[in-house]
Design a protein around this ligand. Structure first.
Ligand code: C2E
Ligand code: MG
Ligand code: MG
Ligand code: MG
Length: 279
Protein backbone atom coordinates (compact mmCIF):
# COMPACT_ATOMS: atom_id res chain seq x y z
CA UNK A 1 0.00 0.00 0.00
CA UNK A 2 0.91 3.66 -0.31
CA UNK A 3 2.13 4.06 3.26
CA UNK A 4 4.54 1.14 3.00
CA UNK A 5 6.00 2.68 -0.14
CA UNK A 6 6.88 5.92 1.63
CA UNK A 7 5.85 9.54 1.53
CA UNK A 8 6.76 10.23 -2.09
CA UNK A 9 3.99 7.95 -3.16
CA UNK A 10 1.47 9.92 -1.12
CA UNK A 11 2.24 13.20 -2.78
CA UNK A 12 2.21 11.60 -6.24
CA UNK A 13 -1.22 10.18 -5.45
CA UNK A 14 -2.45 13.56 -4.16
CA UNK A 15 -1.18 15.23 -7.30
CA UNK A 16 -3.24 12.89 -9.50
CA UNK A 17 -6.39 13.43 -7.49
CA UNK A 18 -5.79 17.15 -7.63
CA UNK A 19 -5.25 17.19 -11.38
CA UNK A 20 -8.41 15.18 -11.88
CA UNK A 21 -10.42 17.48 -9.64
CA UNK A 22 -9.12 20.54 -11.48
CA UNK A 23 -10.14 19.01 -14.79
CA UNK A 24 -13.59 18.07 -13.46
CA UNK A 25 -14.18 21.59 -12.19
CA UNK A 26 -13.16 23.01 -15.58
CA UNK A 27 -15.42 20.60 -17.47
CA UNK A 28 -18.32 21.28 -15.13
CA UNK A 29 -17.89 25.01 -15.58
CA UNK A 30 -17.57 24.83 -19.37
CA UNK A 31 -20.69 22.63 -19.57
CA UNK A 32 -22.84 25.45 -18.24
CA UNK A 33 -22.53 27.52 -21.40
CA UNK A 34 -22.12 24.68 -23.92
CA UNK A 35 -25.75 24.68 -25.09
CA UNK A 36 -25.99 28.47 -25.49
CA UNK A 37 -22.65 28.50 -27.30
CA UNK A 38 -23.85 25.76 -29.68
CA UNK A 39 -20.93 23.49 -28.83
CA UNK A 40 -22.87 20.20 -28.94
CA UNK A 41 -23.64 18.16 -32.02
CA UNK A 42 -25.02 14.71 -32.73
CA UNK A 43 -23.53 11.89 -34.75
CA UNK A 44 -25.44 8.78 -35.81
CA UNK A 45 -24.19 5.18 -35.87
CA UNK A 46 -26.04 2.65 -38.06
CA UNK A 47 -27.47 -0.61 -36.70
CA UNK A 48 -27.43 -3.62 -38.98
CA UNK A 49 -29.53 -6.78 -39.23
CA UNK A 50 -26.79 -9.29 -40.18
CA UNK A 51 -29.16 -12.00 -41.43
CA UNK A 52 -30.71 -9.69 -44.00
CA UNK A 53 -27.88 -7.18 -44.33
CA UNK A 54 -30.30 -4.32 -43.83
CA UNK A 55 -30.11 -1.12 -41.81
CA UNK A 56 -32.49 -1.23 -38.87
CA UNK A 57 -31.85 2.19 -37.39
CA UNK A 58 -29.33 4.60 -35.93
CA UNK A 59 -28.02 5.50 -32.49
CA UNK A 60 -27.68 9.21 -31.73
CA UNK A 61 -24.43 9.98 -29.88
CA UNK A 62 -23.55 13.40 -28.53
CA UNK A 63 -20.33 15.25 -29.36
CA UNK A 64 -18.92 18.29 -27.57
CA UNK A 65 -16.33 20.62 -29.00
CA UNK A 66 -15.66 23.06 -26.18
CA UNK A 67 -14.24 26.49 -27.06
CA UNK A 68 -12.20 26.44 -23.86
CA UNK A 69 -11.19 22.77 -23.60
CA UNK A 70 -11.39 21.32 -27.11
CA UNK A 71 -13.24 18.11 -28.00
CA UNK A 72 -14.39 16.15 -24.92
CA UNK A 73 -15.73 12.58 -24.99
CA UNK A 74 -19.23 11.90 -23.62
CA UNK A 75 -17.64 9.15 -21.53
CA UNK A 76 -15.93 12.00 -19.65
CA UNK A 77 -18.55 14.75 -19.56
CA UNK A 78 -21.83 12.81 -19.21
CA UNK A 79 -20.95 11.56 -15.69
CA UNK A 80 -19.98 15.12 -14.72
CA UNK A 81 -23.23 16.46 -16.17
CA UNK A 82 -25.15 13.84 -14.19
CA UNK A 83 -23.41 14.98 -11.05
CA UNK A 84 -24.02 18.70 -11.64
CA UNK A 85 -27.61 18.31 -12.85
CA UNK A 86 -26.73 19.79 -16.25
CA UNK A 87 -27.75 16.43 -17.78
CA UNK A 88 -31.42 17.50 -17.71
CA UNK A 89 -30.80 20.35 -20.12
CA UNK A 90 -28.45 18.25 -22.24
CA UNK A 91 -31.05 15.49 -22.67
CA UNK A 92 -33.66 18.08 -23.61
CA UNK A 93 -31.24 19.42 -26.20
CA UNK A 94 -30.64 15.88 -27.56
CA UNK A 95 -34.38 15.16 -27.79
CA UNK A 96 -35.06 18.43 -29.62
CA UNK A 97 -32.13 17.91 -31.99
CA UNK A 98 -33.17 14.34 -32.82
CA UNK A 99 -36.67 15.67 -33.51
CA UNK A 100 -35.33 18.31 -35.92
CA UNK A 101 -32.92 15.88 -37.56
CA UNK A 102 -35.73 13.37 -38.13
CA UNK A 103 -37.80 16.11 -39.74
CA UNK A 104 -35.14 17.32 -42.13
CA UNK A 105 -33.33 14.09 -43.05
CA UNK A 106 -34.99 11.73 -45.50
CA UNK A 107 -32.76 8.97 -44.14
CA UNK A 108 -33.78 9.42 -40.51
CA UNK A 109 -37.45 10.17 -41.15
CA UNK A 110 -37.99 6.57 -42.23
CA UNK A 111 -35.79 5.03 -39.52
CA UNK A 112 -35.70 4.14 -35.87
CA UNK A 113 -33.44 6.35 -33.78
CA UNK A 114 -31.94 5.31 -30.43
CA UNK A 115 -31.35 7.89 -27.73
CA UNK A 116 -29.20 7.31 -24.63
CA UNK A 117 -30.76 8.36 -21.33
CA UNK A 118 -28.68 8.43 -18.15
CA UNK A 119 -29.81 5.97 -15.51
CA UNK A 120 -29.94 8.88 -13.03
CA UNK A 121 -32.65 10.58 -15.06
CA UNK A 122 -35.07 7.75 -14.41
CA UNK A 123 -35.68 9.35 -11.02
CA UNK A 124 -37.45 12.32 -12.57
CA UNK A 125 -40.22 12.74 -15.15
CA UNK A 126 -38.90 15.85 -16.88
CA UNK A 127 -37.36 14.24 -19.95
CA UNK A 128 -40.29 11.88 -20.57
CA UNK A 129 -42.56 14.91 -20.51
CA UNK A 130 -40.34 16.52 -23.17
CA UNK A 131 -40.64 13.42 -25.33
CA UNK A 132 -44.41 13.25 -24.76
CA UNK A 133 -44.81 16.90 -25.73
CA UNK A 134 -42.72 16.55 -28.88
CA UNK A 135 -44.79 13.51 -29.82
CA UNK A 136 -48.11 15.26 -29.09
CA UNK A 137 -47.06 18.20 -31.26
CA UNK A 138 -46.04 15.88 -34.11
CA UNK A 139 -42.45 17.03 -33.82
CA UNK A 140 -41.25 13.48 -33.17
CA UNK A 141 -42.87 10.08 -33.60
CA UNK A 142 -42.26 8.19 -30.35
CA UNK A 143 -42.94 4.91 -32.19
CA UNK A 144 -39.71 5.50 -34.11
CA UNK A 145 -37.65 6.10 -30.96
CA UNK A 146 -35.65 3.58 -28.93
CA UNK A 147 -34.55 4.60 -25.46
CA UNK A 148 -31.23 3.10 -24.33
CA UNK A 149 -30.72 2.89 -20.58
CA UNK A 150 -28.12 1.01 -18.55
CA UNK A 151 -28.85 -1.68 -15.99
CA UNK A 152 -28.02 0.77 -13.20
CA UNK A 153 -31.49 2.33 -13.52
CA UNK A 154 -33.17 -1.04 -13.00
CA UNK A 155 -31.14 -1.78 -9.91
CA UNK A 156 -31.09 1.72 -8.35
CA UNK A 157 -34.81 2.43 -8.15
CA UNK A 158 -36.84 -0.48 -9.44
CA UNK A 159 -40.36 0.86 -8.92
CA UNK A 160 -39.75 4.33 -10.32
CA UNK A 161 -37.90 2.92 -13.32
CA UNK A 162 -40.68 0.41 -14.02
CA UNK A 163 -43.19 3.28 -13.98
CA UNK A 164 -41.04 5.30 -16.43
CA UNK A 165 -40.50 2.38 -18.78
CA UNK A 166 -44.24 1.73 -18.78
CA UNK A 167 -44.87 5.38 -19.65
CA UNK A 168 -42.40 5.05 -22.54
CA UNK A 169 -44.15 1.92 -23.79
CA UNK A 170 -47.49 3.75 -23.62
CA UNK A 171 -45.97 6.40 -25.87
CA UNK A 172 -44.96 3.66 -28.30
CA UNK A 173 -41.20 3.86 -27.74
CA UNK A 174 -38.90 0.83 -27.79
CA UNK A 175 -36.65 0.13 -24.80
CA UNK A 176 -33.12 -1.28 -24.87
CA UNK A 177 -30.87 -2.13 -21.94
CA UNK A 178 -27.46 -0.68 -22.85
CA UNK A 179 -24.03 -2.09 -21.91
CA UNK A 180 -25.67 -5.31 -20.79
CA UNK A 181 -23.44 -7.53 -18.68
CA UNK A 182 -21.50 -4.76 -16.96
CA UNK A 183 -24.12 -4.05 -14.26
CA UNK A 184 -25.78 -6.16 -11.65
CA UNK A 185 -29.24 -6.85 -12.99
CA UNK A 186 -30.54 -10.38 -12.73
CA UNK A 187 -32.93 -12.45 -14.76
CA UNK A 188 -35.74 -11.53 -12.42
CA UNK A 189 -35.30 -7.82 -13.20
CA UNK A 190 -35.41 -8.46 -16.91
CA UNK A 191 -38.53 -10.57 -16.65
CA UNK A 192 -40.41 -7.80 -14.81
CA UNK A 193 -39.33 -4.96 -17.12
CA UNK A 194 -41.12 -4.11 -20.39
CA UNK A 195 -37.96 -4.21 -22.50
CA UNK A 196 -37.55 -5.22 -26.14
CA UNK A 197 -33.76 -5.25 -26.57
CA UNK A 198 -30.62 -6.16 -24.68
CA UNK A 199 -27.47 -4.54 -25.94
CA UNK A 200 -24.42 -6.71 -25.23
CA UNK A 201 -21.54 -4.58 -23.98
CA UNK A 202 -18.53 -4.07 -26.21
CA UNK A 203 -16.22 -5.60 -23.59
CA UNK A 204 -17.68 -9.06 -24.37
CA UNK A 205 -17.79 -8.57 -28.13
CA UNK A 206 -14.17 -7.39 -28.17
CA UNK A 207 -12.78 -10.78 -27.16
CA UNK A 208 -14.84 -12.99 -29.45
CA UNK A 209 -12.27 -15.31 -31.03
CA UNK A 210 -9.83 -14.55 -28.21
CA UNK A 211 -11.54 -15.43 -24.94
CA UNK A 212 -13.77 -18.54 -24.92
CA UNK A 213 -15.46 -17.31 -21.72
CA UNK A 214 -16.65 -14.15 -23.43
CA UNK A 215 -17.96 -16.22 -26.33
CA UNK A 216 -19.92 -18.33 -23.87
CA UNK A 217 -21.33 -15.20 -22.21
CA UNK A 218 -22.44 -13.80 -25.56
CA UNK A 219 -24.03 -17.12 -26.58
CA UNK A 220 -25.80 -17.45 -23.24
CA UNK A 221 -27.15 -13.89 -23.27
CA UNK A 222 -28.57 -14.43 -26.75
CA UNK A 223 -30.25 -17.75 -25.89
CA UNK A 224 -31.57 -16.39 -22.59
CA UNK A 225 -32.93 -13.20 -24.17
CA UNK A 226 -34.66 -15.02 -26.98
CA UNK A 227 -36.25 -17.38 -24.45
CA UNK A 228 -37.65 -14.28 -22.71
CA UNK A 229 -38.85 -12.80 -26.01
CA UNK A 230 -36.17 -10.09 -25.99
CA UNK A 231 -34.06 -9.22 -29.03
CA UNK A 232 -30.28 -8.84 -28.84
CA UNK A 233 -28.02 -6.22 -30.34
CA UNK A 234 -24.24 -6.38 -30.05
CA UNK A 235 -22.18 -3.20 -29.79
CA UNK A 236 -18.61 -2.61 -30.88
CA UNK A 237 -18.15 -5.28 -33.55
CA UNK A 238 -14.96 -4.44 -35.40
CA UNK A 239 -13.94 -7.63 -37.23
CA UNK A 240 -15.35 -10.08 -39.73
CA UNK A 241 -14.77 -12.85 -37.19
CA UNK A 242 -16.91 -11.10 -34.57
CA UNK A 243 -19.69 -10.42 -37.08
CA UNK A 244 -19.64 -14.05 -38.30
CA UNK A 245 -19.80 -15.38 -34.75
CA UNK A 246 -22.64 -13.05 -33.75
CA UNK A 247 -24.62 -13.89 -36.89
CA UNK A 248 -24.14 -17.62 -36.32
CA UNK A 249 -25.51 -17.16 -32.79
CA UNK A 250 -28.64 -15.47 -34.20
CA UNK A 251 -27.76 -12.06 -32.77
CA UNK A 252 -30.58 -9.88 -34.11
CA UNK A 253 -28.65 -6.69 -34.74
CA UNK A 254 -25.03 -5.54 -34.78
CA UNK A 255 -23.43 -2.14 -34.37
CA UNK A 256 -19.75 -1.40 -34.68
CA UNK A 257 -16.89 0.07 -36.65
CA UNK A 258 -16.94 -3.03 -38.88
CA UNK A 259 -20.07 -1.66 -40.51
CA UNK A 260 -19.87 2.04 -39.72
CA UNK A 261 -18.52 4.60 -37.29
CA UNK A 262 -20.88 7.25 -35.91
CA UNK A 263 -21.23 10.00 -38.53
CA UNK A 264 -22.73 13.45 -38.92
CA UNK A 265 -26.27 13.70 -40.31
CA UNK A 266 -25.17 14.88 -43.75
CA UNK A 267 -23.08 11.72 -44.30
CA UNK A 268 -25.92 9.26 -43.62
CA UNK A 269 -27.35 9.47 -47.13
CA UNK A 270 -23.97 8.54 -48.67
CA UNK A 271 -23.61 5.47 -46.45
CA UNK A 272 -24.43 2.05 -47.86
CA UNK A 273 -23.85 -1.42 -46.45
CA UNK A 274 -22.00 -2.75 -49.52
CA UNK A 275 -18.52 -1.69 -48.45
CA UNK A 276 -17.56 -2.28 -44.81
CA UNK A 277 -15.90 0.73 -43.15
CA UNK A 278 -12.14 0.58 -42.64
CA UNK A 279 -11.58 -0.01 -38.92
P1 C2E B 1 -22.87 3.72 -25.50
O1 C2E B 1 -24.27 4.20 -25.51
O2 C2E B 1 -22.64 2.32 -25.04
O3 C2E B 1 -22.34 3.93 -26.98
C1 C2E B 1 -21.40 3.12 -27.62
C2 C2E B 1 -20.05 3.78 -27.69
O4 C2E B 1 -19.14 2.91 -28.37
C3 C2E B 1 -20.01 5.08 -28.47
O5 C2E B 1 -18.99 5.89 -27.89
C4 C2E B 1 -19.59 4.62 -29.86
O6 C2E B 1 -18.99 5.65 -30.61
C5 C2E B 1 -18.61 3.55 -29.50
N1 C2E B 1 -18.47 2.51 -30.54
C6 C2E B 1 -19.39 2.05 -31.41
N2 C2E B 1 -18.91 1.07 -32.18
C7 C2E B 1 -17.62 0.87 -31.79
C8 C2E B 1 -16.58 -0.02 -32.21
O7 C2E B 1 -16.73 -0.87 -33.10
N3 C2E B 1 -15.39 0.07 -31.55
C9 C2E B 1 -15.17 0.97 -30.53
N4 C2E B 1 -13.97 0.99 -29.96
N5 C2E B 1 -16.14 1.83 -30.13
C10 C2E B 1 -17.36 1.78 -30.74
P2 C2E B 1 -19.23 7.44 -27.57
O8 C2E B 1 -20.00 8.08 -28.69
O9 C2E B 1 -17.92 8.03 -27.20
O10 C2E B 1 -20.17 7.42 -26.31
C11 C2E B 1 -19.75 6.90 -25.09
C12 C2E B 1 -20.89 6.80 -24.11
O11 C2E B 1 -21.37 8.10 -23.76
C13 C2E B 1 -22.12 6.07 -24.67
O12 C2E B 1 -21.94 4.67 -24.59
C14 C2E B 1 -23.21 6.60 -23.75
O13 C2E B 1 -23.21 5.90 -22.54
C15 C2E B 1 -22.75 8.02 -23.50
N6 C2E B 1 -23.49 8.92 -24.42
C16 C2E B 1 -23.24 9.25 -25.71
N7 C2E B 1 -24.16 10.11 -26.18
C17 C2E B 1 -25.03 10.34 -25.15
C18 C2E B 1 -26.22 11.14 -25.01
O14 C2E B 1 -26.71 11.81 -25.93
N8 C2E B 1 -26.83 11.11 -23.77
C19 C2E B 1 -26.35 10.35 -22.74
N9 C2E B 1 -27.02 10.39 -21.56
N10 C2E B 1 -25.25 9.60 -22.85
C20 C2E B 1 -24.61 9.58 -24.04
MG1 MG C 1 -26.02 3.42 -26.21
MG1 MG D 1 -23.73 0.69 -25.20
MG1 MG E 1 -21.05 1.22 -23.91
Amino acid sequence: NAKAQGRGCFSFFDFNINARNQRMIKVKHALRSAIEDKEFSLVYQPKVNPAQMTLTGYEALIRWDSAQLGPISPAEFIPIAEESGEIERITDWVLQRVATDMQVSNVLDRSNVSINISAKQFRSDAWINTLRELDANNLINAHAITIEVTETALVDSFDKTLEQLQALRDLGATIAIDDFGTGYSSLSYLKKMPIQYLKIDRSFVKDIGVDPDDQTIVQTVIVMSHALGIKVIAEGAESQEQVDFLSAQQCDEIQGYYFAKPMPLQDLAKFSLQEPAEA
